[in-house]
Design a protein around this ligand. Structure first.
Ligand SMILES: Nc1ncnc2c1ncn2[C@@H]1O[C@H](COP(=O)(O)OP(=O)(O)O)[C@@H](O)[C@H]1O
Ligand SMILES: [Mg+2]
Length: 234
């Protein structure tokens, strides 16, 4: 199964969720929206299933396993429940037993604020495993954060694409400078809502796109040591 990991970074209202839901999730027949802030539910379509808490989410996923297309919006706030969901999604207790992600035939997990799910310090291995093990189990991830400097570094390191929307706070701009390259700092400061820069982490290829996804420019980022998608800094 082909999977991919995308990390959208930008301040609140910059266009992260709009991009992830319309440019990424919409292409997939199976999407689990993980709302850790209690803010995303209102954007669910009328056909979407909305659940709250781990138990209800797992029940909904078990029902969903009989269908090829579904859209589930889960509101889960408690860290131990988020960890348990991560474990169920990608952990493989034995080689013979498939993970839930595999049983579901692959899915996209959309996460509304990744610094809550996978914080800089104390992210459980099963949660970072969504990014590392999930790739072999049919799990794609469309994650967003307005606090990139507060996220587990493995999230950035395991993401093939980082999509930058506007950022203005000092900590995030420093994160851009140190992780994405100095030249992007003035660019992200002035991006209007909905406009972004998609960086392919393996190659440093950058694409600036407009509100309707139109290509505005394309270039190769100058040398930055932290572009490759491996775990050197983890
Ligand atoms: N490319 C776009 N085209 C049209 N509307 C957009 C676009 N990007 C964002 N918006 C609108 O701007 C608002 C904020 O976007 P949102 O994606 O929710 O921000 P974030 O997730 O970064 O807080 C929403 O009302 C959304 O519909
Ligand atoms: Mg959002």
């Amino acid at each position: 199964m082909n999977t991919r990991r995308v990390l959208a970074v930008g301040r609140t209202e910059s266009g992260k969720s709009y991009y992830l839901r319309n440019a990424i999730c919409r292409r997939s027949p199976r999407v689990l929206h993980l709302d850790v802030m209690g803010e995303a539910h209102k954007e669910a379509s009328p056909r979407a299933v909305q659940v709250e808490g781990l138990r209800a989410t797992l029940d909904a996923l078990v029902v969903a396993a009989d269908y090829t297309r579904w859209d589930i919006w889960a509101f889960i706030r408690e860290p131990d429940q988020l960890q348990a969901l991560a474990t169920r999604l990608v952990y493989k207790p034995t080689l013979a037993e498939p993970s839930l992600a595999e049983l579901l035939g692959g899915l996209v997990l959309e996460c509304s604020e990744v610094s809550t799910l996978a914080p800089l310090r104390g992210t459980p291995p099963d949660v970072s495993g969504l990014w590392s093990w999930g790739r072999h189990r049919g799990l794609s991830i469309a994650a967003a954060t307005q606090h990139p400097a507060l996220c587990d570094v493995r999230v950035r390191a395991m993401s093939e694409y980082v999509v930058l929307f506007t950022l203005t706070d000092a900590a995030s701009l420093r994160w851009v400078r140190e992780n994405m390259g100095e030249e992007l700092v003035p660019v992200v400061r002035r991006l209007p809502q909905g406009r972004g820069v998609r960086v392919e982490m393996g190659t440093g290829r950058a694409v600036e796109f407009g509100r309707d996804w139109q290509l505005l420019r394309e270039w190769k980022l100058g040398g930055t040591p932290r572009l490759s998608g491996n775990l050197r800094d983890g």
